[in-house]
Design a protein around this ligand. Sequence first.
Ligand code: PHE
Length: 342
Amino acid sequence: MILEKINSLRAEIEAAQASTPEDVEQLRIKYLSKKGAMNALMADFRTVPGDMKREVGQKINELKEFATARINSLRNAYASSATQVEEEIDLTRTATPAGLGTRHPLSIVRNEMLRIFADMGFTIAEGPEVEDDWHVFESLNFPPDHPARDMQDTFFISRDPKDILLRTHTSSVQTRVMESVKPPIRIVCPGRVYRNEAISARAHCFFHQVEGLYIDKNVSFADLKQVLLGFARRMFGPETRIRLRPSYFPFTEPSAEMDISCDICGGKGCAFCKGTGWVEILGCGMVDPNVLEACGIDSKVYTGYAFGMGIERITNLKYKVKDLRMFSENDVRFLRQFESAK
Ligand code: PHE
């Protein structure tokens, strides 16, 4: 019964003619609309015995495809160009399918850095980018006239007094943790920081840091050195050597800057390391007792170390990126090159 119906409908549709767009629309309504013949067939389909459902279902689908194709071809033949445009172009569709993106090189390297420190027992701490003077400078033992507080370095949000600003380092997060958590503290603080510098291949007005802090009883400089050596070897390869040069930071005493052996020339000296065989990667030191006290930690009981580095710098070294500006230009020809990196 239903098979006959399908056959006769097919013949009917095959013979259908239209001379105006309205005729085509009538045909569409007759066969394909909610109340049309195709939907009526679906109602009959429910009564088809189970063992025939497959065959009949397939026939119905074929007929539906046939009817749709036939009506579309009639429409194309007769419809005016205006109706065609209206019917065929879906202005809400994306022009080209958007491809799947890749992770930004700075994110790849940040994740790798955090992984390494997580394996050494550090947890991640984050804080605000808009900070107050206390957390960025004062608690960290910056003298009132320190040049970092100057207009040349810091972007101030408030004018008078100049005490709300964009953080210049993520050490502010360390202060926040020290104020609120009792030692032992073992954290790494990733995040964006801002400095008022002229933009060039080597400097930008914002960049990214990972800083670390460990405070406990009996923490020594040897602990710091070992953790940094472990980090350097996992990040840059097991042959990597480190050296520490005395330096100055207001919040650490003693302070040092750390170099790693140049992995381009293996330490022999090349253009990349300017013939020295070493490249600088971070600042570090033992947390100054004044900082511990400012954050409510007894400096007679506890000691600690801190270190801080720029993610851009580590990424430049790892991937030999020459111009810092490329990280924020969003040029997919640059970004795509990191597709296969983990
Ligand atoms: N906060 C320093 C900077 O941004 C880095 C640093 C962190 C140095 C911790 C020593 C100890 O330059």
